[in-house]
Ligand binder design. Structure first.
Ligand code: ADP
Ligand code: MG
Length: 358
């Protein structure tokens, strides 16, 4: 097991002839603590797979260094890094049995057959593959094959980290839930650093202690699910996390306080300097409510989610989402809303302003 450090890691794939390189990773400084359960969350194309392949050594970064427990490994080949990696699509040998597939990474490293038997048995049990050990992998469904891939990632002991690259993409939703809980349980048992890549916030938030959010080649925030919800450091984190995401609304400043479309707002900010840059407020739908006086709005849409309703309102052509409980009445005449001052955030050029450092 190891702590993994990224120091100023950048990566550009070779550009087409005559074009300037585009950085798939812009500059990543990140510590993966030994034994942590991390999710790497971000939309397709933001650089997640690139980052994983740099950890495992499948890819050498264009710049920067990678350290395992303080030792530089940037130029080391995959075989010397002791990283297990599970890919998005199953990698199995169809002609081999399930047993031999699971045993492969162990036999490859010269483990005794007795120990191989024992270890494969344990992993098969965990993944409910015990009955199928003697079956050829070719006969299995996509789910079954992906379980073998997961098993191959988990079977080696003494690895520095296990990397999962969207491993549940091809798995059906019910089994997905089950396997994810299994992985989490397993992490608690064996305590190896795990990095789980996904573009699905629910997957990330249920698996990880710490979520690393990526956007366009950069890590924009690292935090617990609660931190990401309460204090998104970047507007992208605000709308990517939460359902619906955070409202990000244009704003100006009057006397140090935020103003939205001529409505002076209350906030926890002592004073915001009206200097340069794009100012926006961030307010989660959970913290927008109807009020007797406040910002006049037009109701655009009401969606009933059972215990909650999502109400879309608009003011001066800006849409705002509200999440309110089912029993809360929606005013029939001249509705007005207010934002909970304690949960109103202000962003300058997409980055959160701290209340004390305006
Ligand atoms: P993610 O896993 O988050 O979907 P990737 O790391 O696969 O993102 O890709 C990040 C960026 O790098 C994308 O713009 C993608 O098109 C580009 N990219 C990925 N692999 C290659 C490659 N082998 N050659 C050129 N560009 C690539
Ligand atoms: Mg990917």
């Amino acid at each position: 097991m190891a702590r993994i450090d990224f120091n100023n890691v950048k990566h550009a794939y070779p550009p087409p002839p005559g074009q300037a390189p585009v950085y798939a990773l812009k500059e990543v400084n990140q510590v993966w603590e030994d034994g942590g359960a991390y999710a790497l969350l971000g939309p397709s194309g933001c650089g997640k797979t690139t980052l994983l392949n740099i950890i495992s050594g499948l890819l050498m970064p264009s710049a920067g260094s990678i350290l395992f427990d303080g030792r530089e490994v940037t130029q080391l080949p995959t075989t010397e890094r002791h990283i297990a990696q599970v890919f998005q699509f199953p990698v199995v040998y169809d002609t081999m049995t399930v047993f031999d597939n699971l045993a492969f990474p162990l036999r490859n490293r010269g483990m005794s057959e007795a120990r191989v038997n024992e270890r494969v048995g344990e992993i098969a049990k965990m993944l409910d593959l015990t009955d199928r050990l003697q079956q050829r992998a070719a006969g299995l469904t996509a789910d079954g094959k992906q379980k073998i891939s997961l098993g191959r990632g988990l079977v080696r002991e003494a690895v520095n980290a296990i990397l999962f690259d969207e491993p549940l993409t091809v798995i059906d939703p019910h089994l997905k839930w089950q396997l994810r809980s299994k992985l989490k349980e397993l992490h608690q048992q064996i305590g190896v650093t795990m990095i789980y890549v996904t573009h699905d916030q629910v997957e990330a938030l249920t698996f990880a202690d710490k979520v690393v959010v990526m956007h366009d080649g950069s890590v924009v925030q690292v935090g617990t699910p609660v931190e990401l919800f309460n204090r998104p450091r970047h507007t992208f984190v605000g709308y990517f996390i939460g359902s619906p995401g955070m409202n990000v609304l244009p704003c100006s400043v009057d006397n140090g306080q935020p103003v939205f479309a001529n409505n002076l707002l209350y906030s926890g900010y002592p004073a915001i300097a009206a200097s340069s840059g794009k100012l926006e407020i961030g307010i989660r739908p959970e913290f927008v409510r109807f009020s007797d006086d406040g910002i006049p709005v037009v109701i655009e849409k009401v969606e009933d989610l059972g215990r909650y309703q999502i109400v879309t309102v608009s003011h001066a052509e800006t849409q705002i989402k509200m999440l309110i409980s089912e029993d809360q009445p929606i005013p029939a005449e001249s509705p007005k809303i207010e934002f909970d001052p304690a949960n109103l955030l202000v962003y300058r050029d997409n980055w959160l302003m701290e209340a004390g450092s305006a």
